[in-house]
Design a protein around this ligand. Structure first.
Ligand code: 5GP
Ligand code: MG
Length: 177
C-alpha cells in the first residue's frame, strides 16, 4: 500500500491559520460570521478555525455541525442519496455569513446537501466553503472559497485525513484504494 504524506501536523496548522486570516479578510472581520462543520472531521477543523479567529479577533464566532452521509445506490456516483442525520446549529442563521467546513471536497454532492440543509434551517446572507483538501473530480458547479491544499487525484486514489481530536494525530496522505 503506497502512502505519500501530503500534509503533516505543522502544514495543517499553518493552513488553518492562513484560512482563518483569509476568512477575516474576505468578510472584513467577524460581523455576522458563523462556522458550520460537516461531520466527522469537518467539525474539529471548524473548531480550530473558531479558536484561531478568537486568537486573532478576540471574539468567539458561533459554531455548528451537520451530519451528512451519501448513499451511493450503485457503483456510479450519479445516483446518490444524501441523508441528513443530524443538524446542530444552536444559533439563528438569519443574516449570517456562514462558512461551511469539511476535510475533503470531491464530487461536491455532500456540500450540495449541506447547502440545502442550511437554507432549510434559516436564511443566511452568504454561504462560503472551506476545505482542508480539494481532490478534484467535481460533478456539480461547486467550488471552495478557502482551500488548505489542492491535490490532483485519480478516482482510484483516496485521501486519508487524520485529526488529533478523532484519530489521535494530525496528517493527510494519499493512497491507492
Ligand atoms: P463529495 O460529496 O464531494 O463527493 O465527497 C465529500 C465528502 O466525502 C466529504 O465529507 C469527505 O469527508 C468525503 N470524502 C470524499 N473523498 C474523500 C477522500 O478521498 N478522503 C476522505 N478522507 N474523505 C473523502
Ligand atoms: Mg465527510
Amino acid at each position: 500500500l503506497d502512502k505519500a504524506l501530503l500534509m503533516d501536523g505543522d502544514a495543517i496548522r499553518r493552513a488553518i491559520t492562513r484560512i482563518a486570516h483569509e476568512i477575516l479578510e474576505k468578510n472584513e472581520g467577524i460581523e455576522q460570521l458563523a462556522l458550520v462543520g460537516i461531520r466527522r472531521r469537518g467539525v474539529p477543523l471548524a473548531k480550530r478555525l473558531q479558536e484561531k479567529i478568537q486568537e486573532i479577533e478576540g471574539t468567539t464566532v458561533p459554531l455548528g455541525a451537520l451530519d451528512i452521509t451519501l448513499y451511493r445506490d450503485d457503483l456510479t456516483t450519479l445516483d446518490v442519496q444524501p441523508v441528513i442525520h443530524k443538524t446542530e446549529v444552536p444559533f439563528s442563521l438569519h443574516g449570517k455569513k456562514v462558512v461551511l467546513v469539511d476535510d475533503v471536497l470531491y464530487t461536491g454532492r455532500t456540500v450540495r446537501a449541506a447547502l440545502d440543509a442550511l437554507i432549510d434551517i434559516g436564511r443566511p446572507q452568504v454561504i462560503q466553503l472551506a476545505v482542508l483538501i480539494d481532490r478534484g473530480h467535481r460533478e456539480l458547479p461547486i467550488r471552495a472559497d478557502y482551500v488548505g491544499k489542492n491535490v490532483p487525484t485519480s478516482k482510484r486514489e483516496v485521501i486519508s485525513v487524520r485529526v488529533m481530536e478523532v484519530d489521535g494525530e494530525d496528517g493527510a496522505s494519499i493512497q491507492d484504494m
